[in-house]
Design a protein around this ligand. Structure first.
Ligand code: ATP
Length: 535
């Protein structure tokens, strides 16, 4: 499927629009239209239902090491600035950015996928991942060559940790310098922090700077103690949150895949350090299955364990759930969700503010008072097991998903074309969105075959009865074939037609979007029949 077809369908049918479109749009921001808002909400609701409200804490789920509890939170987007200092986002959550002097094109490469190395007292960032803002293949190729060279040669020089030994420096420079010249139109990389800044309060000074959260997770960590103290949850348990996050991405692109404002669905799962590895494996597999159950069952979905050198400095295991989006080159996958074993990094940082100098790439800065600037809250975030009395800092497993990327993947997977006869029996290309009935924006459409003989009245009654339970539409305009096509493009799984027979035998026709099968059911049974199929 070509991406342009999906993008145009999304606009035509009202799934997605560019934000502020009448003013020319704003890069990296997207609005969900009447169908899109239902689709995305259904995805978020399915997640919340399956992970939290429907979770049975009395029984051991298949694959889980033990029973566990799940609870939710809804935290603010703006938090105390120290949260982001302690979490590392203020100093570490940056992409490296270079500009092309000729075209003013801008490139980023992802800090988490690379490493700093030190050469001749200079810190150099090494990575293999490059994205260009522009669809300019030549620029992309040149940038890729530039960064690959750095990465490749440094690896060949067997650099150890963060340092390249002295003998290798000249070699490093020799290899790098000529290449660097040949792509001399690129500026040197510089760090670009991805957090959006804002001002809180009327004074508007630098001291009033706050940030829009770049992830929902920190709200959960800083409320860990509140949740433990205010509920009776016992470890192991998870806290979930769905909400907006903001990142000033250097290269927003690929439709909603990389946006500057997006929604996350995150779980922080707190467990005993001894069982954390098993919980990590449980969540990784559980989350993968969730996407499959909702229709991403094909080869385009994959689970990828991170290689040791890809892991964040605090993580002992991370896996990505990835989808082969049609806008990516053949064989490449984009991240839908990351499942990370975070150890006790987050709770410990918020408690002590201490980052382990052996694993954290940053030195702890000292404030004027000589105390580390990464001061934590000083609050005791340890957990005391009520049965064993053991006091410990829990380990955390984090399944972190993006609602917008999931929505986009479900849309991509759903898009299909086939050949079907139109009202006159002529074969036509049919565009059909084969969305899982649970997430389809509209569950059923009701059509009177003709606008007479009392058919519209009966159809309206059916429509109202359906509408009381879930989104439905009523359509009496145009040929029935045309009405089916419209619903196929909207992903509506069932169409109900009221025809001449309805007037005599009180039955209606139901048509299945995917199989095109049609069958008759009693008028009185329609709502139950559809409800049973879409939940
Ligand atoms: P990427 O490497 O693609 O930038 P990431 O590894 O930085 O993603 P995380 O910080 O792990 O992403 O965020 C968790 C999830 O949030 C991602 O798996 C993704 O679904 C979603 N997400 C992150 N950044 C964006 C974005 N700019 N636009 C849309 N969704 C995003």
């Amino acid at each position: 499927m070509e991406m342009e077809k999906l993008v145009s369908l999304c606009k035509r049918r009202g799934f997605m629009f560019q934000s502020s479109e009448i003013y020319g749009g704003i890069n990296g921001f997207w609005d969900y239209g009447p169908l899109g808002v239902e689709l995305k909400r259904n995805i978020k609701d399915a997640w919340w239902h399956d992970m939290i409200t429907a979770h049975d804490e009395l029984d051991v789920r298949p694959g889980a090491p033990s029973t566990y509890e799940m609870t939710g939170l809804d935290c603010t987007i703006i938090m105390h600035p120290q949260v982001w200092k302690v979490s590392g986002h203020q100093d570490l959550f940056s992409d490296m950015m270079v500009d092309c002097k000729e075209s003013k094109g801008r490139y980023r490469y992802d800090q988490l996928r690379g490493r700093w190395v030190e050469a001749k007292g200079q810190k150099v960032f090494v990575t293999t991942k490059v994205e260009a803002e522009e669809e300019d293949e030549d620029l992309q190729r040149r940038a890729l060559k530039f960064f690959n060279l750095r990465a490749k040669n440094v690896e060949e020089l067997s650099w150890d940790g963060d340092t390249v030994s002295l003998e290798t420096i000249s070699e490093f420079e020799n290899v790098l310098a000529p290449e660097a010249k040949s792509v001399g139109s690129l500026t040197e990389p510089r760090e670009f922090n991805l957090m959006f800044k804002t001002i809180v309060g009327a004074m508007g000074t630098e001291a009033d700077t706050a940030f829009l959260r770049p992830e929902t997770a920190q709200g959960i960590f800083v409320n860990f103690k509140n949740v433990v103290d205010s509920t009776r949850v016992k470890i192991p348990f998870g806290i979930a949150q769905v909400g907006k996050s903001f990142r000033n991405e250097i290269t927003p692109r690929n439709f909603t895949f990389r946006s500057r404002e997006f929604e996350q669905m995150e779980i922080e799962f707190f467990c005993h350090p001894d069982s954390s590895r098993k919980w990590y494996e449980y969540w990784r597999d559980r989350r993968m299955q969730w996407y499959k159950d909702l229709g991403l069952a094909g080869e385009r979905l994959q689970l990828r364990d991170h290689a040791p050198d890809e892991l964040s400095h605090y993580s002992t295991g991370t896996a990505d759930i990835e989808y082969a989006f049609p806008f990516l080159p053949e064989g490449e996958y984009g991240e839908l969700e990351g499942i990370a074993h975070r150890g006790d990094f987050d709770l410990r940082s918020h408690m002590e503010g201490k980052l382990d100098p052996n694993t954290c790439p940053l030195e702890v800065e000292k404030g004027e008072d000589g105390k580390p600037k990464y001061r934590g809250s000083g609050k005791d975030l340890t957990y005391r097991d009520p049965e064993t009395n053991e006091k410990y800092l829990p380990h955390v497993i984090e399944p972190s998903a993006g609602a917008d990327r999931a929505t986009l993947a479900f849309l991509c997977e759903a898009y299909q074309e086939d050949e079907q006869p139109d009202d006159k029996g002529k074969m036509q290309t049919r565009v059909v969105m084969k969305l899982h009935p649970r997430i389809a924006p509209v569950k059923a459409a009701v059509f009177p075959l003709v606008k007479k003989e009392g058919m519209p009245e009966i159809a309206k009654d059916v429509y109202r009865a359906l509408k009381a339970k879930f989104p439905a539409v009523y359509d009496e305009k145009g040929a029935v074939g045309r009405r089916y096509r419209r619903q196929d493009e909207a992903g509506t799984p069932y169409c109900i037609t009221i025809d001449g027979d309805t007037l005599t035998d009180k039955t209606v026709t139901i048509r299945d979007r995917d199989s095109l099968e049609q069958w008759r059911v009693k008028l009185d049974d329609v709502v139950e029949e559809i409800a049973g199929r879409v939940s």
